[in-house]
Structure formats: C-alpha cells, structure tokens
Design a protein around this ligand. Structure first.
Ligand code: PMV
Length: 301
C-alpha cells in the first residue's frame, strides 16, 4: 500500500494572458489531495464522489490514470482511495493534484521508475484527454511544488508571507471563460493585446519584487493584475466582494486566481493579518482557507 499527496496551486500573476504566451507566476499551496493505492482483485476507485470501477463519468482523472498506467505495466486490479482538501473545480488545481498523486502512487506500487518530469508530462496528457484542453501549468506546479515562472519554468523563492484563499462557491467553466476572452481579443485586438502584455509585465516586475521580499509592492501589482482581469470580463460580484474584503482587512493584495467568473480569489498578507483577512472573507460570504506556500510537490507520505 502506498499513500501519496500533491498540492493545489494559485496564480500570483498572469492567468489568461499566459494562454497567449505572456509570463505568469504560479505557486503551490499546502492544500493537498491524498491518495492511497494498493493491489486488489479488481479496479476500485473510492472518493467522496462515490465508489466505482473505471468510470469516466464519476472519476474521469483517476480512470484515465489507471488506463494509461495499465498500458505501461499490466495489472489485474488496483484500489485507489482519494481524499482531498482541494475544493473541486474552483481553480486551485484539484484535477491536476488527483492525477499527479495517483500517478506517483502507481509509479511506486508498480515500480515504473517515472521521473518527476515524466509524471508532470503524463499528467498533462491526461488532463488534455479528459478536458479537451489544458495548460501544462497545473500539472507541472503540483508535481514540482514551489514558485514557478511560466512559461520558462524558472523556480523562484517561496514567498515568506501569509496566504489566504477565498472560495465563492460559484461554478465557473475555465473553457467558457478562455473562449470569451479569445472572442474579446478577436473583436478588439488593438485594445486587448496590450492588456495581456501588461498582465505579463506584472509577472516580470513581480519577480524582481519577490526576489527582495517586497510583498507590499507585490500586493500592489496583484491589485493592478486584478483590475486588468476585470477589464477582460472574468470578474464577478462575488469575487469582487471577497477581494475588497481581503484588501480592507489588511492584505498586501488580492485578486482572482485561475479562470475567474467564480471559483477562488487569493490574498497575500502579513502573517499577523491572515486571521483578519480570513474572517473578512467569511463575513463577505466566501469560504476562507488559510494556507502556506509550499516547496513540496507530489510526495510519498
Ligand atoms: O481555473 P484554472 O486553475 O484552470 O486556471 C486557468 C488559467 C487560464 O490561464 C485562464 C487558462 C490556462 O489554461 O492557462
């Protein structure tokens, strides 16, 4: 029996613009998905979503991992047990975490000897197969952990400050939002392209501020990034109220993380303000999660 876990992730800068080749900074956070794998008579997947065999309607990611691994190394049966602290479908990388953690567990159980790069890359293929399209960012960051500049995959220092996530619990479809942004860019390229390049520049300037741990200024640039995300139509009233609540409670900065239109926001804050920020997010109607940035990617427990 092997137990593995993998972290979720937040975007400090650059979502949406990254689709058009701009820079982005993505950080692993210590909200984790745990999986346990063991040999079994048949294939069994247990999670809060139910207990099934290979079943793409209930467990698409784990089913695809099992099929892919079976093609590499035939097995009779495997039991996969999933427990996750990462809210599903809220932009925190829940699908990447379950995919990568299951891959790592099976790698260990069956002696496949996959490198972390191979796990990240197979994880990305699986996300594409299940979702139709996916950026490699989630699977890479949740495999490797840490703070990563995209697209170069340069590893930056971990942030040494508080981080609070607020979940609106409003459903949003990444595919739909990316497609709306693309339509906006097609209609007004001379307006939207400079917005993308300014978003990319928040990541580039952000990198130099992170290097000197100037989180106050990093927060300011996150707020600039948020205004630009609003301008391309991916904000919503629920996200806005959590973001303003976090800023008013003393966060350095707060913005959408991920596709927007619902899902989650992220705030960075001085350590002594995280409780206030968390409470403000809850009072504004969000589900608040105080977490930590982590250098720990997928790991065997
Ligand atoms: O909501 P998430 O975590 O899937 O993030 C989407 C990030 C986008 O930049 C909007 C899309 C992408 O594939 O990079």
């Amino acid at each position: 029996m092997v137990t593995c876990s993998a972290p979720g992730k937040v975007y400090l800068f650059g979502e949406h613009a990254v689709v058009y080749g701009e820079n982005a900074i993505c950080c692993a956070v210590d909200i984790r998905t745990h999986i346990t794998v063991e040999e079994n008579d048949s294939v069994l997947i247990e999670s809060p979503l139910g207990t099934t065999g290979i079943d793409y309607s209930v467990h698409p990611y784990v089913s695809e991992v099992l099929e892919k691994v079976r093609a590499m190394s035939p097995f009779e049966g495997i039991k996969v047990h999933v427990e996750s602290d990462i809210p599903i479908g809220s932009g925190l990388g829940s699908s990447a975490a379950v995919t990568v953690a299951t891959l790592k567990g099976l790698d260990n159980l069956l002696g496949l000897d996959l490198s972390l790069e191979e796990i990240a890359s197979i994880g990305h293929e699986i996300e594409i197969q299940v979702q139709g399209a996916a950026s490699p960012t989630d699977t890479y960051v949740c495999t490797m952990g840490g703070t990563v500049m995209i697209p170069d995959r340069k590893h930056l220092d971990l942030l040494d400050c508080g981080v609070v996530i607020g979940n609106t619990n409003v459903f949003s479809s990444t595919k739909e939002l990316v497609s709306n942004v693309s339509a906006l860019k097609d209609a007004y390229p001379e307006l939207i392209s400079p917005i993308f390049s300014t978003i990319g520049n928040t990541a580039i300037r952000g990198e130099t501020l992170l290097a000197v741990k100037d989180y106050k200024e990093v927060g300011k640039l996150m707020n600039v990034n948020q205004g630009l995300l609003d301008s391309i139509g991916v904000n919503c009233p629920e996200l806005s109220s959590l973001i303003y609540a976090a800023r008013n409670a003393g966060a350095f900065g707060a913005k959408i993380t991920g596709a927007g239109g619902g899902g989650c926001m992220v705030a960075i804050a001085p350590e002594d303000k995280v409780e206030d920020v968390s409470q403000a997010i809850s009072e504004a109607g969000g589900v608040s999660l105080i977490t930590k940035f982590t250098g720990q990617g997928v790991r065997i427990e």
